[in-house]
Ligand binder design. Structure first.
Ligand code: PLP
Length: 452
């Protein structure tokens, strides 16, 4: 393949348009040694060869999705200005664009009012959500499922809040019965629900969690860093659909535009339903705010300097692909999910493989059939390597015995964890490539099993 460059002339044209905005300033052109610049840049390109081909449909492993050209170009365009969205002084247009783009994300979740902003990523956004939770319920425990992102317990540690892990059900979702048992003991500040867990794309049962909230009273933070955009698609299962439909009722939501929102890295988002939590951020900075009485994004954020370019890229992407049900962005996301269902069906119908539960989003996990957890783990790693040698890039994931034993009762559990194969089918192109992906998987599985 060749990398997409057909959109590059548009960058030149847009730069000329941007440049025209500064035409009344006296010339101040930088001195550039183009020969040396060229040499270093070409050397840089060579160094970057050492990567998996994330942009290709045969890359179907970890959560890596190429940014859309509009995001790439808009981000690059903004770098000629390099705005800083910490304060309006550093990024006027890009701060306004951030507020617009973030309001569209809030509307995606059904919120007409909100407080929110972009962050460096999901971890920072979750930190902010739990920081606010801790301000409102000082010292009260944070609860999340055993399949929640590992950073929740670490973030709680940073914030000095107690963290407790709640078991999952047989589909890697927060177990509501276990949660209720814990709630009966009292003193819970916040429950984190994950809509789209990182390992398996499982969707925690938000409707049942809201029922428990009505009875026991606690804050609900939703980590939808991975899954948030799936609210738009029309091919979810009933339980996942019901969870996404209730997102408007929670207290805070994290979504990562740099996961499924077609953005380059450095773009997470935190949203609070109640704008008055802004009071918790109040501080006085002697440095940054002097030319405007308007709200600065830096006044409602834990981070200071942030790339305005990330906001520009997100704004431009949402212009091209409005966050609407039935729109082309939603249709593409639906294709990713359809690809996952297709792969899962093929695996489930093939005796060589063990599947556990059907994907709720676009992440598929499976193992090669074998007698013991250790044998499955060894074969998974061999298939992973053999596939990579044929340019099919999968991932492996280590899952606990408690999760898979109900699905795989005939397996000898000679170890507490089992390494499985995992595929994040995030690109719409994956749907058309499933047949090719399957052929490679079939071939390498035969090779590996023949040697075993
Ligand atoms: C990726 C992810 C995170 C962490 O987000 P980063 O953007 O990598 O910092 C948190 N939670 C979930 C569910 C995720 O998938």
């Amino acid at each position: 393949m060749t990398l997409e460059t057909q959109s590059l002339p548009l960058l030149r044209e847009a730069l000329d348009r941007l440049s025209a905005g500064f035409a009344d300033l006296p010339a101040a052109d930088p001195d550039l040694d183009l020969d040396r610049l060229r040499a270093v840049l070409l050397e840089t390109a060579e160094r970057l060869h050492d990567n998996y081909p994330y942009q290709h449909p045969l890359y179907a492993g970890q959560m890596l999705k190429p940014p859309h050209p509009v995001a790439r170009l808009a981000y690059t365009l903004a770098l000629w200005i390099n705005p800083n969205n910490h304060a309006l002084d550093g990024g006027r247009a890009s701060s306004a664009m951030e507020k617009e783009a973030v309001a569209e994300l809030a509307a995606l979740f059904g919120w007409q009012t909100h407080l929110g902003h972009l962050t460096g990523g999901g971890t920072l956004a979750n930190l902010e959500a739990l920081w606010v939770a801790g301000q409102l319920h000082p010292g009260a425990p944070i609860l999340a499922s055993a399949q929640a992102h590992y950073t929740h317990s670490r973030i709680s540690g940073v914030l000095g809040l107690p963290f407790e892990s709640i078991p999952v059900d047989g589909q890697a979702r927060l177990d509501l019965a276990a949660l209720e048992t814990r709630l009966q003991q009292g003193a819970v500040g916040t429950v984190v629900a994950t809509l789209g867990t990182t390992a398996t794309g499982s969707v925690d049962p938000l409707p049942g969690l809201l029922d428990l909230q009505a009875r026991y009273g606690f804050r609900i933070h939703v980590d939808a860093a991975y899954g948030g955009y799936f609210r738009l698609v029309d091919n979810l299962g009933d339980e996942a659909r019901a969870a996404f439909d209730r997102l408007d009722a929670v207290d805070s939501i994290v979504v990562d535009p740099h996961k499924h929102g077609l953005q380059p890295y450095g773009c997470g988002c935190i949203l609070f339903r109640d704008p008055s939590v802004g009071r918790l951020y109040q501080h006085e900075s002697p440095y940054t705010y002097f030319t405007s009485a308007e709200l600065h994004l830096g006044e409602i954020s834990l981070e200071c300097s942030r790339p305005g370019a990330a906001a520009v890229a997100l704004w431009a992407t949402q212009r091209l692909f409005p966050l609407a049900r039935g729109g082309s962005f939603a249709a593409d996301l639906g294709k990713a999910r359809a690809a996952a269902c297709d792969l899962h069906d093929r695996l489930a119908g093939d005796d060589r493989f063990l599947t556990a539960f059907a994907p709720e989003l676009d992440i598929v996990i499976w193992g090669p059939r074998a007698e013991s957890a250790s044998a499955i783990s060894a074969l998974s790693r061999q298939i992973f390597s053999a596939a990579a040698a044929e340019n099919l890039h999968l991932a492996v994931v280590s899952l606990p015995r408690e999760l898979l034993q109900p699905s795989w009762p005939e397996i000898a559990w000679d170890q507490a964890q089992v390494t499985c194969l995992r595929s994040c089918l995030m690109k719409p192109d994956h749907l058309a490539w499933i047949e090719v992906i399957w052929q490679i998987l079939d071939r390498v599985t035969k090779q590996v099993l023949a040697k075993a």
